[in-house]
Design a protein around this ligand. Structure first.
Ligand code: ADP
Ligand code: SF4
Length: 688
């Protein structure tokens, strides 16, 4: 296939200071939950982006000194020379594919609590640390400022020694000291670093000058700057000081990487922000500087990218999430394979890796974070080990992905689905408010499967045990999914909730299949991910008075890990949904429910006509149980393996189901796996 000439502009080289990027695709810094603890994993992941065509690939933020320690979060680290070799692996992996390696060095001031190093936090002024730790940071003296400048300069030199081409000065996301100095909220200084904007910009300017002086002859110096905090006059805003800062420093860096702050606004999920949502804030930047400008917007459509360049908004298309969902996005555009792009769905499951201190994962790209330890490549997979036929039952995310990866290996695959349309839970959930982009999980896989000659797809085909036995497959994967429980069992309740068997109780499946309650509704959320909040939103949109009850401290509590909680809570409350948190659902009655405080058991009555139980799911195991119970029949049918994958084994996220499907396909007939050891390559700490 050849590239559409409309997209040629995306493949023009871009000069950045003394260097040139080979095209306009720029993987901006993003966290990954691996950081300094898993250097092999990070290097392989970044290298994959370069292989996929990103002309610039950046690290996540890189701590420059033990006084800027983000533990337990695992970010990059250049505290001293001992870290150089580790960082060099990443630079090498990026440059091996002809891309430029960028590094985002930073001191994080009072965002760094120094839990590991136990050093006192330092800050622009005498302020509390930004985490909830019982700690404050001390106001930096002139000597401290000189120290941080020296550390920053040393880190820049170490970064160059490690092989990095582009060295960042970081002033975004409310995270870095340079941004804190700029910010009236934190900067209460009365010396030449406080007061006027010019004074507050001094430290940032000095860091830029220091970095240029240290490494600018061979490296490019980039700035990452949040032009707007979405706080109006209470913060930096594009309409006031955000623009002034860009004007003051316009030609000082070699590249402007601009965004909005904080991280929850920058990496807004699809529920709360469209592709290109940052444009109104950042579009002024190119009018103010002659240097190349990078910006992000969850761009997955090449047309939207071209429009950004042609309209003079951006010179380079920045991406974190689109590059996670598809590391080969640039190459696919280059090769005219637009329909092969795995588009990010904007769910921020990737972000949850950082918050849960584990390697990042992606709903759309099951290989993300597995490049090193499992050796998974997003575009390559081992050929089939035999001519065996595979039957996959259930075409939700697990079944679709299993069928696709099996077919890519070259197996003859049949995918049977009971429903008239493949998609499983995706079909239900993507119809809910704000979740339309989740359909991309289904559409990408169906699009691929329908073009493959070795796949037979049978929607509208419910299989029973006899059908499976008669089919003649050697490998059978059951991806039959799960359904929401009607009895209330979940985290809070290990026994059915009294009254749950009454007629006014609904499950999420009922609502998603248009079986709707009447009157006042209580949504009881003991699941704590997005669904409870989304269903409350659905019901209030249909005119119901809704109360959301949860044992958690706040609505959709787990979505703190996806940067959504704040947005969800705001939406729920602004829609007029009443929230009762830290309460369990004690009893369901005819005209209402009894709640109980999770700490004191003090009861509370709530009038309600219906209750929606969002507590936990029951796996669909009937088909598996029936087949598994008759090993003779399996052997007689020539079935060598029978495997449950996804929600029918252990209900979880869509990402987990996709991953389960992919892992099944990768591991089928792989005899190299050690059933008794870790299922992947480990990175051991080397003792000196
Ligand atoms: P997962 O997230 O694990 O992929 P889903 O619930 O999204 O699970 O999808 C499971 C799919 O399996 C559903 O579309 C369901 O209709 C289908 N299914 C369940 N049992 C059968 C069966 N016996 N035959 C065919 N399809 C089935
Ligand atoms: Fe996009 Fe979700 Fe993947 Fe993150 S996890 S890159 S938001 S699809």
């Amino acid at each position: 296939m050849t590239r559409d000439p409309r997209y040629d502009i995306l493949f023009e080289p871009v000069p950045i200071g003394p260097l040139t990027a080979r095209n306009r695709f720029y993987q901006v810094p993003h966290c990954n939950g691996m950081g300094h603890r898993l250097p092999g994993a990070v290097a392989a992941m970044r290298g994959m982006k370069a292989e996929g065509g990103w002309a610039v690939v950046a690290t996540e933020e890189c701590e420059i000194h033990p006084s800027s320690d983000f533990s337990p979060f695992s970010e990059a680290r250049l505290w001293d020379d001992g870290d150089v070799a580790r960082m060099a692996r990443t630079a090498e992996a990026i440059k091996a594919h002809g891309s430029l390696a960028a590094i985002e060095i930073s001191h994080n001031g009072h965002e760094a609590v120094n839990r590991f190093t136990r050093l006192p936090s330092m800050a622009v002024s005498d302020v509390v640390v930004l985490a909830y730790d019982p700690a404050q940071a001390y106001a930096m003296s002139k000597r401290d400022i000189a120290d941080v400048r020296r550390w920053h300069r040393q880190a820049a030199l170490r970064a160059r020694a490690a092989g990095f081409d582009i060295i960042y000065v970081y002033a975004a996301h409310n995270l870095s000291l340079a941004f804190h100095f700029l910010n009236r909220r934190y900067n209460r200084r009365s010396d030449e670093y406080g007061g006027s904007l010019e004074n507050r910009t001094r430290f940032l300017r000095e860091l830029l000058e220091d970095t240029r002086e240290a490494v600018g002859d061979t490296c490019a110096v980039a700035i990452r700057f949040a032009v707007d905090e979405l706080l109006g006059d209470a913060g930096i805003a594009a309409g006031n000081e955000g623009r002034d800062v860009v004007e003051m420093l316009a030609e000082l860096p070699d590249l402007w990487d601009v965004n909005v702050s904080n991280w929850a606004n920058d990496s807004v999920t699809a529920r709360f922000g469209e592709e290109g949502a940052q444009q109104p804030y950042i579009e002024f930047v190119k009018q103010v500087t002659s240097k190349p400008v990078v910006g992000v917007g969850r761009f997955t459509s090449p047309d939207a990218m071209v429009a950004q360049v042609k309209r003079g908004v951006l010179d380079m298309i920045g991406a974190a999430r689109p590059s996670i969902a598809d590391p080969f996005l640039p190459n696919k555009i280059a090769e005219g394979r637009i329909e092969d792009i795995r588009e990010c769905i904007g769910c921020n499951v990737c972000v949850s890796g950082d918050y849960t201190l584990t390697p990042l994962r992606c709903t759309q790209n099951p290989t993300m974070g597995e490049e090193y330890r499992r050796g998974w490549h997003p575009e390559r997979i081992a050929p089939a080990a035999s001519e065996a036929r595979c039957l996959v039952v259930g075409a939700g995310p697990a079944g679709l992905e299993a069928a696709l990866a099996l077919a890519q290996r070259g197996y003859a695959v049949t995918l049977a689905e009971r429903a008239p349309e493949p998609g499983g839970r995706i079909n239900l959930e993507s119809a809910l408010p704000g979740l339309a982009s989740y359909a991309r999980v289904r559409d990408y896989r169906l699009g691929q499967l329908r073009r493959m000659a070795n796949v037979d797809l049978y929607p509208g085909s419910e299989l029973d045990a006899e059908n499976v036995l008669e089919f003649g497959a050697q490998h059978v994967a059951l991806a039959t999914g799960a359904h929401w429980r009607r009895d209330g069992l979940g985290r809070q309740h290990w026994q059915p909730i009294p009254g749950a068997d009454s007629g006014n109780v609904y499950t999420p499946d009922d609502l998603m299949r248009s079986k709707l309650p009447e009157g006042r509704v209580v949504v009881y959320d003991d699941d704590h991910y997005y669904l409870g909040g989304v269903l409350a939103e659905l019901l209030v949109g249909k005119g119901h008075p809704v109360t959301l009850v949860t044992p958690a401290p706040d609505v959709s509590h787990w979505t703190h890990n996806t940067l959504e909680q704040m947005h969800i809570e705001k939406r729920v409350r602004s829609l007029g949904i009443s929230v009762v948190n830290q309460h369990a659902l004690h009893t369901i009655g005819a005209g209402g429910v009894t709640l109980s405080c999770i700490y004191t058991d003090v009861p509370r009555e709530l009038a309600a006509d219906a209750v929606v139980l969002v507590t936990s799911r029951a796996p669909e195991t009937a088909l598996y149980d029936r087949l598994d119970s008759d090993t003779e029949a399996l052997a007689g049918a020539g079935i060598q393996t029978l495997t449950r994958i996804g929600d029918c084994l252990a209900p979880g996220t869509i990402a987990a189901a996709v991953y389960a499907g992919h892992r099944y396909a990768r591991e089928l007939e792989d005899t190299s796996l050690d059933p008794d050891g870790a299922p992947f390559r480990r990175e051991y700490v080397e003792l000196p």
